[in-house]
Design a protein around this ligand. Sequence first.
Ligand code: CMX
Length: 434
Amino acid sequence: MLKQKFFEKASAQKTEMKSLLKLHGSRVVGEVTLSQTFGGMRGVKSLVWDASNLDAKEGIRFRGYNIPQLREVLPKVEGCKEPLPEGLFWLMLVGEVPTKEEVQWLSDEWKKRSNIPEHTFKALDALSPETHPMTQFSMAILSMQTESVFAKRYAEGMRKHEYWDAAYEDTMNLVAKLPRVAAYIYRRTYHNGDHIAPRTDLDWAGNYAHMLGIDSTDFKSLMRLYLTIHADHEGGNASAHTVHLVGSTLSDSYYSLAGGLCSLAGPLHGLANQEVIKWIFELEEKLGTSKPSKEQISQYVRDTLDAGKVIPGYGHAVLRQPDPRFTAQREFAKEYIKDDDYVNIVWNLFDVVPGILGALGKVKNPNPNVDAHSGALLVHYGLKEFSYYTVLFGVSRALGVLANGCWSRAMGFPLERPKSVTSDWVRDFIKSDS
Ligand code: CMX
């Protein structure tokens, strides 16, 4: 039922956009300055991405819904206040809030598709346990590329108008497999390969929590929220853009997600969630207390900056306010966690860091981003191995980028190929302009 709905919506949109482009294709949407050419293409409108949109002040909206609204409208499991990521995936893919029954159907569908090829476990077992979990994760996904419906059908001569169908199948299969493979990486790396079998009665996020080995009700709630809020952040962020770029060559979902995860693994992007808690542990060790004063924290922040490092979990390329994903986690902590040292440090950092970063005069957004809070919540529930944190982010991010990948193939988006220029071109351009 989801597939048919997606096909109908995407076909209608493709027809609409085709005629719209015929009439308005030559309209100018913006200019590109030399600073943008050198400066990471900030703000250049050059991608279409429907599942979510980011506003500098307001933050993320998924198909028009902000995070508090998602927490209201998306279906939940009995006894849990947090939304099911299955519901968000449905919303992102077809633009409609699903019913409880539709989400149940999706949950069941992912269970049916969740088998991992034996060679993936073998490939993981061949890696040194010291291999970073993000390296293991992207390699595991590449090893599952043997299962790609898109690659198989393409080799058999699939026609262009059928790409959407194969992309949908790959997306559904791959998303279904991620919790199991990600939990396998966690258990082999930190728990001597003592693996936990999946349960058939749990939802996608609840089952992931179970396979990680943390079975408390509140941790399952956290996982449902976590995997919802990290899912998408419009199309220009590094992981989403990488998936989009790789997919534009008609590399299948396995290749493109693995590429996107390599992007997420950088400290300026998703790895910041491990960096934040590592930095807080170091603070605790340096100061010899788990209850530092705000003055001590401020000094530690200044020392970090004086050492030529960034403050992890702060700043953003687009946002100019505190990240609503940070706020959602803060609300969760206020409701579920009473007086936790690490959570208190995160809150005290929020009180002092914006002032210190703001005073530097160059940081465009001195506020916390999504990564500033997550580690303290995970540590609270016993998930202390911070090198693993970006894998959790990656499992969630797959939902948005793969749903968008389906749209890209359905819309028939072409190979991505922006223009680069040489430094000589820049010199000549400036001469000719003046
Ligand atoms: N600490 C110290 N300096 C910072 C800073 C921070 N948290 N954030 C920005 N700056 C500095 C930049 O390094 C840059 O300095 P230089 O001009 O000396 O190179 C200057 O402020 C201007 O940067 P900006 O325009 O405000 O920020 P960018 O768009 O270039 O970068 C980001 C955005 C996220 C990479 C940056 O804020 C940063 O490095 N933050 C820390 C890492 C982090 O938390 N990343 C996670 C982001 C969310 C996610 O993707 O998961």
